[in-house]
Design a protein around this ligand. Structure first.
Ligand code: PGA
Length: 251
């Protein structure tokens, strides 16, 4: 399965940061680019300008969220049609920073499955995030939490090759901590098993990404673990050189 390396810029990036995007384009144009899919999930304000920089390049454009409704009275929200028009082929849904109540979003898995459904209907590929908190892991509930989120966040009748699952232990996001190789392998195996149970043989085609403090220095090890089919990268995607270091590790 071709790995997917997805950058998530979160709430970072102004027009001045386009130099990182154009630098990345130059890097991936060089001969010997690893055989992987690459997407940059940028803040909404950068989507239209980035569509121009990324046209005719091997880098796809993605957004970090969309609403589950087609349109409507949802002040401050954005629809799947809008981000698709702005050039997105991918969209992250259900990131833990949106599931948590801290950012006042408090998103539930049922809403996330609706978001994934509307993204698919607009021809985009959703990256559905799941992951446990430290408390849940310490209470021995990591697996049940992840499986519960997976079950409820997956839309019905999904085309397996058009969705990705990103397993991101919340305690590893932005902390510099990564789950150990054994923990990652175990959880990705559990997710794969659940996908096959739900989708049959098609479940083998779903890419399962790992996310949480992936850096150039640990990417090769993480990407080499069974059932790890890519990475969702936050902090290390902001600088072209770091992100390219991770892309190279996928080769
Ligand atoms: P991080 O973020 O790489 O900065 O830990 C990952 C994510 O939140 O997707």
């Amino acid at each position: 399965m071709k790995p997917l390396i997805a950058g998530n810029w979160k709430m970072h990036g102004l027009l001045a940061d386009r130099k990182e995007i154009t630098a990345l384009v130059e890097m991936v144009k060089q001969p010997g680019k690893p055989d992987c899919d690459i997407v940059l999930c940028l803040p909404f304000t950068l989507l239209f300008p980035a569509m121009k920089y990324l046209a005719e390049t091997p880098i796809s454009l993605g957004a970090q969220d969309c609403h589950w409704d087609e349109f409507g009275a949802h002040t401050g929200d954005i629809s799947a049609a809008m981000i698709s028009e702005a050039g997105c082929d991918y969209v992250i849904v259900g990131h833990s920073e949106r599931r948590s109540g801290h950012g006042a979003h408090g998103e539930r898995s049922q809403a996330i499955s609706q978001k994934a459904k509307v993204a698919l209907a607009h021809g985009m590929m959703p990256i559905i995030c799941i992951g446990e908190s430290l408390d849940e892991r310490e209470a021995g509930k990591a697996e049940s939490q992840v499986l519960d989120q997976l079950k409820k966040s997956l839309p019905k009748e999904v085309p397996a090759d058009r969705i990705s699952i990103a397993y991101e232990p919340i305690w590893a996001i932005g902390t510099g901590l990564t789950a150990g190789a054994a923990e990652i392998g175990e959880m990705h195996g559990v997710i794969r098993h659940a996908l096959v149970e739900t989708l049959g043989r098609q479940g083998e085609k779903v890419r399962i990404l790992y996310g949480g403090s992936v850096k150039p220095g640990n990417a090769a090890e993480i990407l080499g673990i069974d059932n790890v089919n890519g990475a969702l990268v936050g902090g290390a995607s902001l600088k072209a050189e770091d992100f390219y270091g991770i892309i190279k590790a996928a080769g």
